[in-house]
Design a protein around this ligand. Structure first.
Ligand SMILES: Nc1nc2c(c(=O)[nH]1)N[C@H]1C(S)=C(S)[C@@H](COP(=O)(O)OP(=O)(O)OC[C@H]3O[C@@H](n4cnc5c(=O)[nH]c(N)nc54)[C@H](O)[C@@H]3O)O[C@H]1N2
Ligand SMILES: Nc1nc2c(c(=O)[nH]1)N[C@H]1C(S)=C(S)[C@@H](COP(=O)(O)OP(=O)(O)OC[C@H]3O[C@@H](n4cnc5c(=O)[nH]c(N)nc54)[C@H](O)[C@@H]3O)O[C@H]1N2
Ligand code: SF4
Ligand SMILES: [Mo]
Length: 693
């Protein structure tokens, strides 16, 4: 039982675990320990180390404490304090002027996942809908994966992840939950106690790979080929459930012939994985009825990511493992919540004709790319909440140019002086989740977790909701949502959705939304138009760039291929004690992560003459960066890894790893290919020779 000083809340960060938390409240302004709720059956008493140390973040001396106006040049980071009234007046004035000069679509409110609250994230949409500002296609994280999952399964939901505990085999594909959603490991550990095996597919030796019974290391971007090789074995060795295929899928002779053209030898050539290992894991998967396929995001952050997700998601349809408890698959729960957010997100005010700008293409948009602007006006004014785009978006050189535009009015609502906030004209101090009420979708489980505020707001900080209401009221909106508290909006949202009341959710700590077995396992129909799983997807129905994609589980070779000039493939995955860029200010996290570095295979290091800890440059036509080499037999030769979205200021050139990453949209529906980059590598001494000679 929690002792009386611990109070319930929930983690707001962009992590599928969405933990139910217990926070030691020492006073109205101070917390002590933070722990995962033992009563919540998914959180199960565990939370990650970085959040268990939240006292360091919420009481950090560098937290923003008052509104500020820029006094130096753009991007200089020189600001002077102003009052909230002056700040809000100026924002309202700039939004009005932009609207008068260029039309309302010249204003672009922008949010990302720094806070995933139903109110404190998507509440900003009320402001945009009330004034017909440009909308946002939220692509930076999930879109390639979502597109690929929907292509086959139909909707973004699946088996209850707690069922992993009842599996006899867990196939973790392209995810690193030890680092990125630790609670998944709790349920996997329960299965392994019963003798279940864990297979992990990744491109380098992550902590999750280290925990696996069978580690499969593929070349980046080749997952579809591995899945096809496995399916070949499953069909040939009669592990396919032909009755299931006939009853619940569109499997036909075309699909069979296509899979037959992918013997494991061909898959091995593409992926780098041994033929024997492909055959072994296919057999193990085929033999085990309760085999749970758990899909991560990582393998979908490539230009062929949607196609890869679709190909891998075909595995449980081939074997029919969906039919068994502890079998089937899960990627993410997004379409099962059925919350009526009309009021909270201002959907009643939405004009379907306002343009939608792609969140991932912020660089192209702000630098005036006409395609990215959808033929509409240049963006003249922005407010950003929960977003650190200068650091996290692809092609960060372009993003910096855009954010640095003299004629752009930028308001950034932040908790710390991030690289993005430094570009702002007005910086507003943001409250933290411990100081705000909200509810959160458990994207990696079946609960909506409830996060009542625990502390008074830090100094002059405001919650996102308060800022949205403050601006909207100044601009003259009389929508009732702008006069309600976050608690009232949560209450209206839950009650309108038949999910109880806010008071009930806050007192329990969560709302259980698990679906019955037959719905979660699609035992009678998949959520597609014809009720079948689609081996032959209609990609053009999923997004505008589906025309080049084949209606088959397909290995697409549209990724950034290494060539003579760029012989290495760069993967840029998360660091364990950062959360995207959140926690990069925190001493204990920085200490644990050390410093930015690039992991290089010993064969490559030997060929390049690079020694351990030596500074190397990696680069391509988009940019270059310098960082120390860590020589480690972790990935395949030809693959280099830079973990963590380190702050731009941690690099000598002032831009981080994302300057190397392309911002071209992933087909069919957009998204970023963060792990799909071809680069060269040089020793700076070599570089000097090239430049001087
Ligand atoms: N190289 C590389 N780049 C990547 C990725 C990768 O794997 N590799 N991953 C991508 C992915 S998956 C994502 S989702 C994006 C994430 O990109 P972002 O969502 O932009 O990054 P975060 O660091 O999660 O959060 C952004 C900011 O939100 C602020 N914040 C937190 N809570 C609040 C709040 O309540 N109010 C306000 N106003 N601000 C708040 C934090 O201080 C933080 O600075 O990054 C992408 N970029
Ligand atoms: N500690 C920590 N936790 C986080 C985050 C964080 O930054 N730090 N970010 C949060 C966010 S926003 C998200 S979206 C999730 C993402 O969490 P995950 O689902 O774990 O996805 P990624 O982090 O993109 O990458 C997962 C793994 O995919 C691998 N990978 C890269 N390319 C390939 C490939 O081509 N094939 C295969 N098989 N594997 C590949 C990477 O090496 C990495 O180990 O994590 C969340 N949790
Ligand atoms: S970051 Fe993820 S694992 Fe850590 S407390 Fe939040 S939801 Fe839980
Ligand atoms: Mo993400």
């Amino acid at each position: 039982m929690p002792s009386s000083s611990f109070v319930k809340t929930a983690c707001p960060h962009d992590c599928p675990s969405a933990c139910a938390l217990e926070v030691e409240r020492l006073s109205s302004t101070k917390i002590g320990r933070v722990r995962g709720s033992a009563e919540n059956s998914y959180t199960s008493g565990v939370c990650c180390t970085k959040v268990s140390r939240y006292a360091e973040r919420v009481h950090h001396p560098a937290r923003l404490a008052q509104p500020m106006r820029r006094v130096g040049p753009k991007g200089s980071g020189e600001f002077a304090p102003i009052s909230w009234d002056d700040a809000l007046d100026e924002i309202a004035d700039k939004f009005t002027r932009a609207t008068q000069s260029h039309g309302s679509e010249a204003v672009w409110p922008y949010h990302s996942g720094g806070n995933m609250g139903v109110i404190q994230r998507w509440g900003l949409d009320r402001l945009r809908h009330a004034f017909r500002y440009s909308r946002q296609q939220t692509t930076i994280c999930v879109t390639p994966a979502e597109s690929g999952w929907k292509a086959g399964v139909g909707e973004l939901r699946g088996c209850d992840p707690r069922e992993m505990a009842e599996a006899d085999l867990i196939l973790m594909w392209g995810g690193n939950p030890v680092s990125t959603q630790v609670n998944a490991m709790t349920h996997i550990a329960r299965a392994r106690k019963r003798g279940a095996k864990l297979i992990v597919v990744d491109v380098y030796r992550t902590p999750t790979i280290a925990a696996a019974d069978i580690a499969v290391i593929v070349r980046p971007g080749t997952d579809a080929a591995l899945a096809l090789g496995m399916m070949h074995v499953l069909l040939k060795e009669r592990f396919a459930d032909e009755a299931y295929l006939a009853r619940l899928t569109d499997f036909d002779g075309d699909v069979r012939r296509h899979i037959e053209s992918w013997p494991p030898e061909r898959a091995a050539q593409v992926t780098g994985v041994d033929v024997a290992q492909i055959v072994d894991i296919a057999r193990l998967y085929g033999q085990t009825k309760r085999s749970f396929l758990r899909l991560g995001f990582g393998f979908t952050r490539s230009r062929n990511g949607a196609a890869s997700m679709h190909a891998v998601s075909c595995l449980p349809a081939i074997t029919g493992s969906w039919q068994h408890k502890g079998g089937g698959a899960f990627f993410l729960a997004l379409e099962n919540w059925r919350l009526d957010t009309t009021l909270a997100h201002g959907l009643d005010m939405r004009d379907p004709h306002t343009r939608i700008l792609d969140q991932s293409r912020i660089g192209a948009i702000l630098t005036g790319d006409p395609v990215a602007l959808k033929g509409g006006p240049l963006v003249a004014a922005m407010i950003m909440q929960n977003a650190n785009s200068a650091n996290v978006a692809p092609d960060s050189r372009k993003v910096a140019q855009g954010l640095g535009r003299e004629d752009l009015f930028l308001c950034v609502h932040e908790q710390f002086m991030t690289p993005t906030a430094r570009y702002a004209d007005i910086v507003l101090p943001a409250a933290m989740f411990l100081e705000a009420d909200d509810i959160y979708y458990g994207l990696g489980h079946t609960y909506i977790t409830a996060g009542p505020r625990v502390l008074d707001r830090h100094q002059e900080s405001w919650t996102n909701h308060e800022v949205v209401c403050g601006i909207a009221r100044r601009l003259g909106s009389d929508h009732p949502s702008f006069r309600m508290s976050a608690f009232e909006l949560i209450d209206k949202t839950l009650t309108a959705s038949g999910r109880g009341t806010a008071a009930e959710a806050f007192s329990t700590g969560w709302v259980e939304c698990a679906e019955p077995f037959d719905d979660a396992h699609f035992t009678n129909r998949f959520p597609t138009a014809d009720g079948r799983f689609h081996f032959k997807p209609d990609w053009t129905g999923i997004g505008p760039n589906g025309h080049g994609m084949r209606a088959l589980p397909d290995f697409m070779e549209n990724y950034e291929v290494a060539d003579d000039e760029h012989p290495f493939r760069l993967v840029a995955p998360p660091a364990r004690t950062f959360l995207n860029t959140t926690f990069t200010e925190i001493e204990s996290s920085r200490k644990r992560e050390g410093a930015p570095h690039v992991i290089i295979h010993p064969d490559d290091a030997a060929r390049q003459g690079v020694t351990d800890a030596e500074i190397v440059q990696i680069g391509n036509r988009r940019g270059r960066l310098e960082l120390p080499a860590k020589i480690d037999q972790s990935g395949r030769p030809g693959v280099v890894i830079v973990e963590g979205i380190w702050p731009n200021a941690d690099f000598s050139g002032g831009l981080g790893v994302n300057q190397l990453i392309g911002d071209d949209p992933v087909p069919p529906n957009g998204g970023s290919a963060f792990h799909d980059t071809a680069v060269w590598m040089r020793r700076p001494s070599q570089q000097a020779v090239i430049e001087n000679g």
